[in-house]
Design a protein around this ligand. Structure first.
Ligand SMILES: C[S@@+](CC[C@H](N)C(=O)[O-])C[C@H]1O[C@@H](n2cnc3c(N)ncnc32)[C@H](O)[C@@H]1O
Length: 196
């Protein structure tokens, strides 16, 4: 997690805004939440939100009148503090994925926007993160990635993934998965759901 990037986004767009999380609009953030939520494992009742930001997925769940038992983890202190201010301490932990070793598991482990920055060891970080999410989950895992099929202008600082290559990687982790690539007009990202 690059603190400098989020500090800059906060100073440009203001605390509490979707743009300070790196998103272009509330609509696109919600569309991603919808895809993650609508494809949840049927029996799931507990959820871990990895990289929870301000806890906006919890707001989304409340709108669905969902009774999910929610926990969000967020390593960037200013986002974490804001989430706690909005919802209370019981829902959030100020930690990153690799250092989170809870005594319990979660039915559904999700991450929206975790893998978008391009970094040298992206492949390794991606695989280790998805493996860790699988370890923490009982029924399934979901995350989104920017797509090489995007029709939107590409930003060289971001990581665009080829869905076929991602299928190779996640297929090695389990044979039941879904790849959803039809929810943005510009095809800018896609969502993977892995079922256990
Ligand atoms: C693009 S923002 C999305 C926030 C939120 N998921 C949403 O959709 O509103 C990505 C978030 O992931 C967090 N993050 C980055 N690396 C992380 C890691 N290794 N473990 C947990 N969270 C991480 C960032 O601090 C940031 O809040």
């Amino acid at each position: 997690m690059d603190k400098k990037i989020y500090k800059k986004l906060i100073s440009n767009h203001g605390m509490g805004t979707v743009k300070s999380l790196g998103w272009s609009s509330i609509e696109s953030q919600h569309k991603r939440f919808e895809v993650i939520y609508n494809n949840r494992p049927e029996a799931a009742t507990s959820l871990l939100d990895v990289g929870a930001g301000y806890g906006d997925f919890l707001t989304f769940l409340k709108f669905q009148e969902s009774t999910f038992d929610y926990t969000g983890i967020e390593p960037f202190e200013p986002f974490y503090q804001e989430a706690v201010k909005n919802f209370g301490e019981e829902f959030f932990r100020n930690t990153d994925l690799m250092n989170y070793n809870p005594k319990r598991n979660y039915d559904y482990v999700i991450a929206s926007g975790l893998f978008w920055r391009d970094v040298e060891d992206w492949n390794d970080i991606f695989i280790r993160s998805v493996e860790k999410m699988m370890c923490l989950s009982r029924l399934g895992v979901s995350f989104n990635l920017l797509s090489t099929y995007s029709n939107a202008m590409k930003n060289p600082k971001l990581r665009y993934s080829n869905p076929a290559e991602i299928v190779e990687l996640i297929g090695a982790l389990g044979e039941k998965f879904m790849l959803i690539h039809n929810y943005h007009k510009t095809n800018k990202d896609f969502t993977c759901v892995l079922y256990k």
